[in-house]
Design a protein around this ligand. Structure first.
Ligand code: ADP
Length: 363
């Protein structure tokens, strides 16, 4: 991980080789419910790993087992080479931020920040220094004497993050830390968390169901479904090389277009699919207005809906009865809903899936 900005405070000198965390075949059952079904992953020192997946897939349970708040039914959790599977949370040297920023409402920000330090063997002046460092880092110095009720949601979340980092733990665990913030603040705060995590170099496991948030914040994503990890990779990896239909459909916004073989869509004749292919996937951003560029494959479609999104247009298309989404950067002013025209794509941009949903990798 890059850490080329000069240390700005004592906190930045935290041990960046710590926090290597390994889950080996970790499993958690609640009665008949298998919440986590054999998860194995190695989180590298200094890395920010995102656990991403739909609600109920086992992210929080996995994080809580790393924290020691749940005991695995089977499997091993090692931190820095030591088996910590059954170690009490307070002895794991890690700290956790939850979505509900649990600040003490009747204590000041300073007192809230001091709380995690209370059990540490620090002099009063060492404690003050550490609080001051965190406050500087998070730019909350002027809030130190206020109470949580006097702060905005974003400020409260910053203080909650401050409480997590003030102790200089070897591991940060964050469970949907931004979900209580409004959309704009969420985007701003996530880049602040990313920046802070890189400056501190502290190993971090971050849970979210939001693929865009995961893509923007993670060094790597571990994408979960039904208690299992389906794919681990960098944001680029999981976007460009999804291992299966689920990943291809989960990553990317607007969602990838799936086209079944056997329908009479001409796509399959036009690009010679691999023999085992039963479905194709084409990302909306891979479709273009054919006249824009010379595209090897083109097809006719009728525009049924035009939605401006940022600098692009999201078009809903009817291509011979198949509904497709296209993300087009430049839409000629005379083109709109009801028009039928040619669209195109490059065969290399098509993903093919077999009848198990696995991506077919052609060699
Ligand atoms: P996620 O964080 O991905 O939304 P969770 O880890 O919270 O998923 O939950 C995974 C599964 O385990 C869900 O089916 C959930 O209902 C179940 N589960 C989680 N915690 C408990 C519990 N304490 N008791 C019973 N079932 C639970």
């Amino acid at each position: 991980m890059s850490n080329d900005s000069a240390p700005q405070s004592g906190l930045a000198t935290a041990d960046t080789t710590a926090g290597q965390t390994e889950l080996v075949n970790v499993r958690k059952e609640y009665g008949d419910t298998v919440a986590v079904d054999g998860v194995s992953v190695a989180i590298e020192p200094g890395e920010l790993l995102v656990l991403l997946g739909p609600s109920g897939c086992g992210k929080t349970t996995t994080l809580r087992m790393i924290a020691g708040l749940e005991t695995p039914t089977a499997g091993t959790i090692r931190i820095d080479g030591e088996d910590e599977t059954r170690t009490l949370p307070k002895n794991r040297d890690l700290s956790m931020v939850f979505q509900s920023y649990a600040l003490y409402p009747h204590k000041t920000v300073r007192e809230n920040l001091a709380f995690p330090l209370a059990k540490m063997d620090l002099s009063a002046s060492e404690r003050d220094t550490q609080i001051q460092e965190v406050a500087n880092l998070l730019e909350i110095t002027d809030l130190l004497d206020k109470q949580p009720g006097q702060l905005s949601g974003g400020q409260r979340q910053r203080v909650a993050v401050g409480r997590t980092i003030v102790r200089k733990p070897r591991l940060f665990l964050m469970d949907e830390p931004l979900s209580n913030l409004d959309a704009k603040l969420r985007v701003q705060t996530r880049s602040e968390i990313r920046d802070l995590q890189q400056r501190l170099g502290t190993t971090t496991v971050y849970v979210t169901h939001d693929q865009e948030e995961a893509m923007s914040i993670g060094d790597r994503l571990a994408i979960m479904r039904n208690g299992q990890i389906e794919q681990i990779g960098s944001p680029r990896d999981v976007y460009h090389h999804p291992e299966n239909e689920f990943i291809a459909g989960f990553i990317g916004d607007p969602q990838i277009n799936f086209i079944d073989r056997g329908g009479d869509h001409s796509l399959f004749e036009a690009v010679e699919p691999p023999r085992a292919a039963v479905r194709a996937g084409i990302r909306p951003e891979a479709l273009t207005l054919a006249p824009e560029r010379t595209q090897p494959v083109s097809f006719e479609a009728t525009i049924t809906l035009v939605e401006p999104v940022g600098h692009s247009y999201e078009l809903t298309l009817d291509a011979g009865g198949v509904t497709l989404t296209a993300l087009i950067e430049r839409l000629p002013p005379d083109v709109g809903t009801g028009d039928t025209l040619a669209f195109g794509f490059a065969p290399a941009d098509v993903y093919w899936f077999d009848d198990n949903g696995a991506t077919i990798v052609e060699r």
